[in-house]
Design a protein around this ligand. Structure first.
Ligand code: HEM
Length: 461
């Protein structure tokens, strides 16, 4: 039934819908097509046809776990050479998914989160130390660069007891460079005809292989270090190495542990870094929103130098700022769903078992039928409890959906709310008047080149 789904009007033979698209911005090109073509549309790239869904009604229907499940395709499938059957890239039927999910889920419980809090706070202290020096020197701060340092150190410390020393380096840690290399390569694979990829991307493929072996080596060292030193303190790596499945007694294999460590180091920092960066962009653009958020931090935290776990959870307005940023720019901007049975999507699109479509979250989050005519505007009050209760379910999905939704959601939200609170309390954020939002894509989204000027707001406690 594909023929009933609209596609871009100027379709080229062999190449497909390539007019006016840029291989560096597949997501933003899809957003443009979405606006032209409506809630369900398709794009052809070379021999392959991809269906996109973003209408609230259709996306909500795809959240039905009895008829749909995660599909490992496109960008996610391209990460299999790196992350294999790790949690994020595992096929639904692979036994290591359930095993690792059951073993690692307690690492994301509320108690576990409370345990990470002090470490998160200490890493955030390295960020404010760095920003204090930038402020004193009157320099711009590099927002995506510094947020990436922060989130990498946070997941490395809390998850693996490891310190990459990011804040002591001028350039990104080589792990980050290799990771960005592999993410960018995985995205590029989608923009060339599959059979020609080895030819067209020969050089890039060689770099990618080098990047992958660097990631593997880093992780193997980290695991060897832990095995040599004995136990961490019940962190994720301990769980991966020591914990047996509560019912079957099974453990993760050494190969699978490597896949999981890479998965968590990558999934655990890249998207949170983007979310913090977009939030800071919008806060700098909207001083009245920043003032309201800062006033909340002052009220809830008072003068305490070290807010505790609950004091972070109480920053309701700061959290809304974060939600609103993730609405406009969900930093993992799409997820794929496949039909588990022959079914009809939202009453009008028949799908065979195994057929799949991409849910285009940034457009779902801008559907005017849900978010109103000003859906493009930044307004954290959309997430006030009363407004949120009035909205249809499954219309805000930055963390995906169902059994394969993000395991790190609470981790990311706690970390990001804590950091925004600390920054809002300490600094005034001045936007660069020349800056226009440019979003770079490497499977994830990031505000490219965003820099801010800081003002001192209160003396260091
Ligand atoms: C899965 C988004 C932070 C670990 C996902 C998915 C999304 C997502 C959309 C589902 C992907 C799919 O259906 O194919 C985000 C965003 C984050 C974030 C927007 C930050 C703002 C984190 C953090 C961690 C993490 C901090 C780890 C500490 C994972 C893992 C999965 C996942 C392991 C795979 C879960 C499974 O399939 O069982 N994330 N994530 N994420 N995320 Fe996150």
């Amino acid at each position: 039934e594909l023929h009933r789904i609209p596609h871009p009007p100027r379709r080229l033979p062999l190449l497909g819908d390539v007019l006016g698209v840029d291989r560096r911005t597949p997501l933003q090109d899809s957003m443009r097509f979405a606006r032209q073509l409506g809630p369900v549309f398709r794009r052809r790239a070379f021999g392959n046809e991809f269906v996109f869904v973003w209408g609230a009604r259709q996306a909500a229907d795809m959240a039905d776990e009895t008829r749909f499940a995660k599909h490992v395709g496109l960008g996610v499938a391209n990460l299999r050479p790196i992350a294999g059957d790790g949690l994020f890239t595992a096929y639904n039927h692979e036994p290591n998914w359930q095993l690792a999910h059951d073993v690692l889920a307690p690492g994301f419980s509320r108690e576990a989160m409370e345990g990470y809090h002090a470490m998160m706070l200490s890493v955030a202290g390295r960020l404010t130390g760095h920003w204090d020096r930038e402020l004193a020197a009157g320099r711009w701060v590099d927002v995506p660069g510094d947020m990436t340092k922060l989130t990498l150190e946070t997941i490395a410390r809390t998850g693996f007891g490891h310190d990459f020393g990011s804040f002591e380096r001028d350039r990104p840690h080589p792990f980050v460079t290799a990771m960005i290399g592999t993410l960018t390569y995985a995205q590029r694979l989608n923009s060339v005809p599959g059979p020609l990829a080895p030819l067209l991307l020969r050089q890039a493929a060689r770099r990618n292989a080098a990047d992958i072996s660097f990631l593997n080596r880093t992780v193997d060292d980290l695991v060897a270090e832990r095995r040599a030193s004995g136990r961490g303190d019940g962190d994720l790596l301990d769980r991966m190495l020591e914990t047996a499945h509560p019912e079957t007694g099974e453990r993760l294999s050494a190969e699978n542990v490597r896949r999981q460590v890479i998965t968590f180091l990558v999934a655990g920092h890249e998207t949170t870094s983007g979310a913090l960066s977009f939030a800071l962009h919008y806060l700098a653009l909207h001083p009245e929103i920043a003032a309201r958020a800062a006033a909340e931090v002052d009220r809830v935290w008072g003068d305490t130098p070290a807010p505790d776990y609950d004091q972070v959870a109480k920053l309701r307005y700061v959290r809304r700022v974060l939600d609103e940023s993730l609405r406009l720019w969900p930093t993992a901007p799409a997820f794929a769903r496949e039909a588990r049975v022959d079914t009809v999507l939202a009453g009008d699109h028949p799908m065979r078992r195994g057929a799949w479509a991409l849910v285009l979250t940034p457009m779902l989050h801008r559907d005017p039928e849900v978010w109103g005519p000003d859906a493009e505007g930044f307004d954290p009050d959309r997430f006030e409890p009363r407004a949120a209760r009035g909205r249809a379910p499954h219309t805000f999905k930055p963390f995906g959906t169902g059994a394969r939704a993000c395991i790190g959601r609470q981790f990311a939200l706690h970390e990001a709310t804590l950091v925004l609170g600390l920054l809002l309390r300490r600094y005034g954020l001045a936007a660069d008047p020349e800056y226009r939002l440019r979003v770079t894509e490497r499977l994830t989204l990031m505000p490219d080149g965003l820099r801010l000027r800081l003002e001192r707001r209160r003396p260091a406690p």
